[in-house]
Design a protein around this ligand. Structure first.
Ligand code: ATP
Ligand code: MG
Length: 227
């Protein structure tokens, strides 16, 4: 699984928020098609690390290369290519409240330039994958937190991203739904996606044999390497 080329290379990366150092001297590679857990206590820098990968936050120091693109030197016209590599599942990556579930997902595909036929099919298939096809015409505020999380996941995978970044993806879900979502992430991984999950849920980590990268106070404390 981990024997292909790195899709993400991180060299001596620092992230500072004012005087606060959220990440310090992080160096690691993630291979294409790996399944990785980023773990560590609250405030360790897990979310920050994921955000740096898709330029959700600027890098303070060091370099990150994603699929051959150096993020600190990337030209504005390459940004859409970078963003399209990622499917991002974040709690604060909100759905648009006055658009239906269908429209929320279709929008991402429209921006990526897909044809209407393909969009209709794709939205149906990703909603089926998360078990929410019957809520296609609902507006996000009428859904529970867990249901919204499933829609966020459907939206993240609709563009067939090469890399899936998930920040506590099962955080607001009950046990059964959490199991469904983890199974879905495993299926996407089996189909060739690189999956990176930030979590401090020990049970979740135990449920899947995968590489673990452990952060603490912004430092890389442990890396089990590719499994
Ligand atoms: N936008 C921000 N502005 C200022 N400081 C921030 C910001 N985002 C994160 N931090 C700080 O950076 C550090 C790392 O935060 P981060 O959110 O990456 O931790 P985490 O490992 O994801 O924690 P949790 O498990 O609670 O989600 C923390 O000390 C946090 O206070
Ligand atoms: Mg976090």
């Amino acid at each position: 699984m981990g024997n292909s080329a790195p899709i993400i290379r991180i060299f001596h990366v620092y992230k500072r928020y004012g005087s606060q150092t959220a990440l310090a001297d992080i160096t690691l590679d993630i291979n294409a098609k790996e399944f990785v857990f980023v773990t560590g206590p609250s405030g360790a820098g897990k979310t920050t690390l994921l955000k740096l990968l898709y330029l959700g936050e600027p890098i303070s120091e060091g370099h990150i290369i994603v699929d051959g693109m150096n993020l600190t030197r990337i030209k504005r016209d390459r940004m859409p290519f970078l963003r399209r590599l990622f499917g991002v599942i974040f709690q604060d990556y909100n759905l648009i409240p006055n658009k239906t579930v269908y429209e929320n997902i279709a929008l991402v595909l429209e921006i990526a330039g897909h044809k209407r036929n393909m969009i209709t099919k794709k939205v149906g298939s990703v909603l089926r994958a998360v078990g929410m096809e019957d809520r296609m015409n609902a507006y996000p505020p009428s859904l529970s937190g867990g249901e919204q999380q499933k829609i966020t996941i459907a939206r993240a995978i609709a563009g067939d991203p090469k890399i899936i970044l998930a920040d506590e993806p099962t955080g607001s879900l009950d046990e059964d739904s959490a199991g469904d979502i983890m199974n879905l992430l495993r299926v996407l991984h089996a189909r060739g996606a690189t999956v990176i999950i930030a979590t401090h849920d020990k049970e979740l980590i135990r449920s899947i044999p995968a590489r673990q990268i452990r952060l603490d106070h912004g430092h890389l404390r442990e890396d089990t390497g590719s499994i």
